[in-house]
Ligand binder design. Structure first.
Ligand code: 0O2
Length: 243
């Protein structure tokens, strides 16, 4: 057995790197929590004021260091530092909002992205233009402010909006790709594509049924309603250091 001598300096360097990585990921975790809160407020308000809950479930995840490294390699980024990762990997924090119907997907997207403190970086509408394999979802990279003791940060969070049928399909497709290490046999690729069509047909049928039963309007194409008037000023606003 070979004995490797590690100096105190190397150990300290490794510890510093670990701490820096934890701090880096924490920023994304805070951003993710801000978005979760926004979604949860919209869900509660809908449930109480409109007697309707457009959200089936919400799932959040922080990309693991392994998965970040994999994505860096996929993008051909050599010798990355934290600034480069920040700039190039925009889905470190991810929130997936699964809605009942396609109209709800767009409605929630509109409501979230119309908020004053939300900045939309990019939108990929894979519902209007599904991927070749049949994948459907509405993706948005948004930035939300996070207030730390050291000041304010703008944190990117990827929000994926989809229906239950789209989620079911994506989850199964992901498992199949994992099982076959991305080399899926052609007949399964075709079956998945058929299943995506069937899921889309089910979405349309269920939404028609729902509308017939409840008369829920289609996506409002008009701009979202203006925000509520600002709350009266508080006597002593919270102090944010360094902003
Ligand atoms: P995980 O496990 O969700 O983290 P970009 O980020 O724009 O540089 P990317 O990653 O191709 O490039 O962006 P895109 O197309 O918006 O896809 C990002 C995420 O969408 C993926 O994240 C998946 O979660 C989901 N996704 C995209 N395409 C598919 C698909 O064909 N099938 C399934 N099941 N999911 C898909 P990650 O990082 O791949 O994985």
């Amino acid at each position: 057995m070979t004995t490797v001598h590690v100096t105190e300096a190397t150990i300290n360097q490794a510890r510093e790197l670990r701490d820096e990585l934890q701090r880096f990921l924490r920023e994304y975790e805070f951003g993710m929590r801000e978005v979760e809160t926004k979604i949860s407020i919209l869900r509660d308000e809908f449930t109480h004021d409109h007697a309707y809950n457009p959200i089936e479930h919400v799932k959040s995840r922080l990309k693991s260091p392994d998965s970040i490294v994999e994505k860096l390699a996929r993008k051909g980024i050599d010798e990355p530092d934290f600034d480069r990762i920040r700039a190039d990997i925009t889905d470190i924090a991810g929130v997936r909002v699964t809605c009942s119907f396609v109209a709800d997907v767009y409605r929630l997207f509109d409501l979230l992205t119309a908020q004053d403190d939300v900045t939309v970086r990019t939108v990929k509408d894979y519902i209007a233009q599904p991927k070749a394999n049949g994948y459907k979802s509405l993706h948005a990279i948004i930035e939300v402010p996070v207030f730390l003791s050291t000041g304010a940060l703008s944190v990117p969070v990827e929000v994926q909006f989809r229906t239950i049928a789209m989620d079911f399909w994506a989850s199964l497709e992901h498992k199949i790709y994992y099982k076959f290490s991305n080399q899926v046999p052609a007949h399964l690729v075709d079956s998945l594509s058929d299943a995506a069509d069937a899921a889309a047909e089910l979405d349309s049928r269920m939404e028609r049924l729902h509308r017939e039963a409840h008369g829920v309007p289609q996506r409002q194409l008009a701009p979202p309603p203006p925000p509520a008037p600002p709350a009266p000023p508080v006597a002593s606003p919270p102090r944010v250091v360094g902003v």
